[in-house]
Design a protein around this ligand. Structure first.
Ligand SMILES: *Cc1c(COP(=O)(O)O)cnc(C)c1O
Length: 405
């Protein structure tokens, strides 16, 4: 049985007071808290089983290499890739997108070609393509969303042209909460002859990833948002595409043979993992995904759907509060504005009560500006969020509002 109150017991930090107050953590969209299993896994590696990978021929190095490669297999299972060779460990989702843009992108997207992304992209999935377009003379285009932030098939299709070579989009918006129909978008992009990158940073926490069912060409997410350590992320790529891509960085571990005047690069995924990787973090990510996979994603979704509608109802009780992003298909992310109150002031008062929310543009400045704001407040849910978190948020918001207006 899925019980968020039981789950909270797995996360030590949620059971500690913050500045003397209950830890009402509503910033999971920025980074998720870690279960004890992950923390212990990381600590134990440094205590008992630490060495570099892929190099030594002694017991410790062999053990760590085996665990590192096993983490790759766990990720493969998590995204349902065909083989673990399709899983590249990177620093974070941002690096995964940069890797694709500067290898696949530079090689295959040419002058006057078009790259299509949504209006709701995180800077990681916007600036990267914008800069690639500036570099190679391609054109970056945006598809619009509905008034309520929902995905609109016609608006997407209307931006596809014979020149569209690449489509990139967030599977779940970190501002609007909108969930995008991944499989449909991939299908239409492919029919149009374009390759697709899915930014699954938010989606990975809330819904089941299945790259084979989606038929995604590339997909990225970050460990720290799926209850794993910071410093590591995942790039999934179809194997034949990865094979056709030049290296991203040069150095140790990515070579077959090196001569003074030339280098033969090795095959993926090692080709894209130059230098010592985030060994402990990758193994910790494996542990976090094992933790997550113990649950049925249907239960996670159901829990979050219930909490999302509860939170929506409660938040809208507050006079003058507007939620940005009210699509039918949306996850547990609430960006909101309270008429006339600066988010920074709100967050300060919330913080005093132990409520952690985010303010600003959430790394989606053009979107927030387009919605008519420079700054918003955002609360976001995780597997461990409960009604009490929402109640405390809403109570404190009401108090803050009385105080500030
Ligand atoms: C957090 C986030 C990113 C960037 O993740 P990093 O871990 O900072 O690389 C990209 N896209 C979305 C939708 C995000 O929420």
């Amino acid at each position: 049985m899925f019980d968020a109150y039981e789950i909270r017991k797995d996360f030590p930090i949620l059971n500690k007071l913050v500045d003397g107050k209950r830890n009402t953590y509503l910033d999971t969209a920025a980074s998720a808290q870690k279960p004890l299993e992950v923390i212990e896994c990381v600590t134990s590696l440094y205590m008992n089983e630490y060495a570099n990978v892929h190099r030594g021929s002694y017991w410790l190095s062999d053990r760590v290499t085996e665990k590192y490669e096993n983490a790759r297999k766990i990720v493969q299972q998590f995204v349902n890739a065909k083989t673990s060779d399709e899983i590249v460990f990177v620093r974070n989702a941002t690096e995964g997108i940069n890797l694709v843009a500067s290898t696949y992108g530079l090689k295959n997207i040419k002058k006057d070609d078009e790259i299509l992304i949504s209006r709701a992209e995180h800077h990681a999935n916007l600036v990267t393509w914008q800069q690639l377009a500036i570099k190679n003379g391609a054109k970056l285009k945006y598809f619009d969303l509905d008034e309520d932030g929902g995905f609109n098939l016609d608006k997407f299709v209307s931006k596809l042209t014979p020149k569209t070579k690449f489509v990139a989009f967030t599977a779940m918006s970190n501002v609007l909460g909108t969930i995008f129909p991944i499989k449909k978008i991939c299908e239409l992009a492919h029919k149009n002859g374009a390759k697709v990158l899915v930014d699954a940073c938010q989606y990975a926490v809330h819904k089941k990833i299945n790259v084979q069912e989606f038929d995604a060409d590339f997909l990225v997410f970050s460990s720290h948002k799926v209850y794993g350590p910071t410093g590591v992320g995942v790039l999934y790529g179809k194997y034949d595409l990865l094979c056709d891509m030049p290296p991203y960085q040069y150095g140790g571990d990515m070579i077959e043979h090196v001569y003074y005047d030339k280098t033969i690069f090795t095959t993926p995924p090692a080709r894209f993992e130059a230098g010592t990787p985030a060994i402990v973090q990758a193994i910790g990510l494996g542990k976090a995904l094992e933790y997550l996979m113990k649950f049925d994603f249907n239960d996670i979704e159901k829990h979050e759907r219930e909490l999302t509608s509860y939170a929506t109802r409660k938040l809208l009780e507050i006079d003058g509060l507007k939620i940005l992003g009210t699509a039918k298909d949306k996850g547990g992310v609430f960006a909101f504005d309270i008429n006339g109150i600066h988010p920074q002031d709100l967050a300060f008062i919330l913080g005093k009560e132990g409520v952690g929310v985010r303010t600003g543009h959430f790394c989606a400045e053009p979107l927030v500006n387009m919605l008519g704001y420079t700054s918003l407040t955002r609360a976001s849910l995780g597997i461990y969020s409960v009604k009490e978190d929402i109640d405390i948020l809403v109570e404190t918001l009401k108090k803050a509002k009385n105080f500030l207006s």
